[in-house]
Design a binder for this molecule. Structure first.
Ligand code: NAD
Ligand code: UFG
Length: 335
């Protein structure tokens, strides 16, 4: 029996596959390579010394997806495949609703048809209205952009599927800010174009691809005026998927968990920690706030600790060091 990983050649998927293979799971990957490179497969093999199946398939294509279910014995699905750029989703909402929502509908239809009813889904902290600083799974929901809406809508769709048939087991994981890379430096986040997110921007400044970091706002109500987020090492996040998978395989229920560290760091905290752990100065300028940003957001992950037995192990220094190692060894990403 194998675990099907959709979006498995992407950033979080590739790290999760390493953990799955290390734990002895059989893995089948489906990805259309719209935001990832085929080279990642070699890197995963290099790290794990294990083999797995890969299908270049778009989850929107039902026939091709069915073929994967027909030819493999799938036990459960970890569903990462999706588009994730907030700004792009505002410009191209139809593309986001089609890819993320229709893609998930097609996947669930095929799963239902082949009687595979165990699913772990990548949701996001972006589903919260951000009316509290420390967010529990019960905090108020409300997205502010099409990307966030797709995550909220998919969560609702999955709840409705479970309501109609409680032989499903579904786990919704709301990630906070995943950063870092595998300690080997062989896999990491391959940001295409100008990075939207803080850590890839910092590493690109460090490697000389960008001149300086723009810090979006220094007048927030925080200890140094810059925005505070809950950064989580991608390997800790990947391990959270194994804990969630284990529970999903054994219980027929739908549950939601935050995956974050519960620790908030400001933009300047990250910049200073990066310099401390790598010895590289990051030049920066203070700019206006970025529209839509909140001042502070971090996770209350006590539910994941309690129910999944999951605990993060890596701190901000590991996140900076590993992000840098990946960038330094792969200045052009997987190219
Ligand atoms: P990623 O872009 O690196 O990986 C997503 C993968 O899905 C890519 O390899 C892409 O080619 C593939 N894909 C997209 N649409 C597809 C389709 N129709 N058919 C087949 N493959 C398709 O992104 P990531 O950072 O690894 O994120 C994985 C999941 O986690 C996404 O659903 C994302 O929304 C969610 N998430 C990410 C973050 C983050 O900050 N990285 C935060 C919260 C939630
Ligand atoms: N920041 C800068 N300069 C940059 C990039 C970011 O100062 O060049 C700041 C932001 O203003 C924010 C912090 O760094 O204060 C973190 O920003 P990111 O873009 O890395 O992360 P966000 O918290 O804004 O967004 C992330 C994901 C979104 C998701 C959101 C909520 O990228 O997809 O978390 O979960 F919607």
């Amino acid at each position: 029996m194998a675990i099907l990983v959709t979006g498995g050649t992407g950033y979080i998927g590739s790290h999760t596959i390493v953990e799955l293979l290390d734990e002895g799971y059989d893995v089948v990957i489906v990805d259309n390579l719209s935001n990832s490179k085929i080279e990642v497969l070699q890197r995963i093999k290099e790290i794990t010394k294990k083999d797995f199946k890969f299908y270049e398939v778009d989850i929107l294509c039902k026939e091709a997806l069915e073929e994967v279910f027909k030819t493999n014995s799938i036990e459960a699905v970890i569903h990462f495949a999706g588009l994730k750029a907030v700004g792009e989703s505002v410009a191209k909402p139809l593309m986001y609703y089609n890819n993320n929502i229709v893609g998930t509908l097609v996947l669930c239809e095929v799963m239902d048809k082949y009687n595979v009813k165990k699913l772990v889904f990548s949701s996001s902290a972006t589903v919260y209205k951000m009316s509290d600083y420390s967010l529990t799974e019960d905090s108020e929901l409300g997205a502010t952009n099409p990307y966030g809406n797709t995550k909220l809508m998919i969560e609702q769709i999955l709840r409705d599927i479970y309501m109609s048939d409680n032989s499903w087991g579904i786990t919704l994981l709301r990630y906070f800010n995943p950063v870092g890379a595998h300690e080997s430096g062989l896999i990491g986040e391959d940001a295409v174009g100008t990075p939207n997110n803080l850590m890839p921007y910092i590493t690109q400044v460090a490697v000389g691809k960008r001149r300086e970091l723009s810090i979006f706002g220094s007048d927030y109500n925080t200890h140094d005026g810059t925005g505070i987020r809950d950064y989580i090492h991608v390997v800790d996040l990947a391990k959270g998927h194994l804990k969630a998978l284990n529970k999903t395989l054994n219980e027929n229920q739908i549950e939601v968990y935050n995956l974050g560290t519960g620790k908030g760091y400001s933009v300047l905290d990250v910049v200073h920690k990066f310099t401390k752990s790598t010895g590289i100065d990051i030049p920066y300028t203070i700019c206006n706030r970025r529209p839509g940003d909140v001042s502070v957001c971090y996770a209350d992950s006590s539910k994941a600790r309690r129910d999944l037995g999951w605990e993060f192990e890596k701190g901000l220094e590991d996140m900076c060091r590993d992000s840098w190692k990946w960038q330094m060894l792969n200045p052009l990403g997987y190219e």
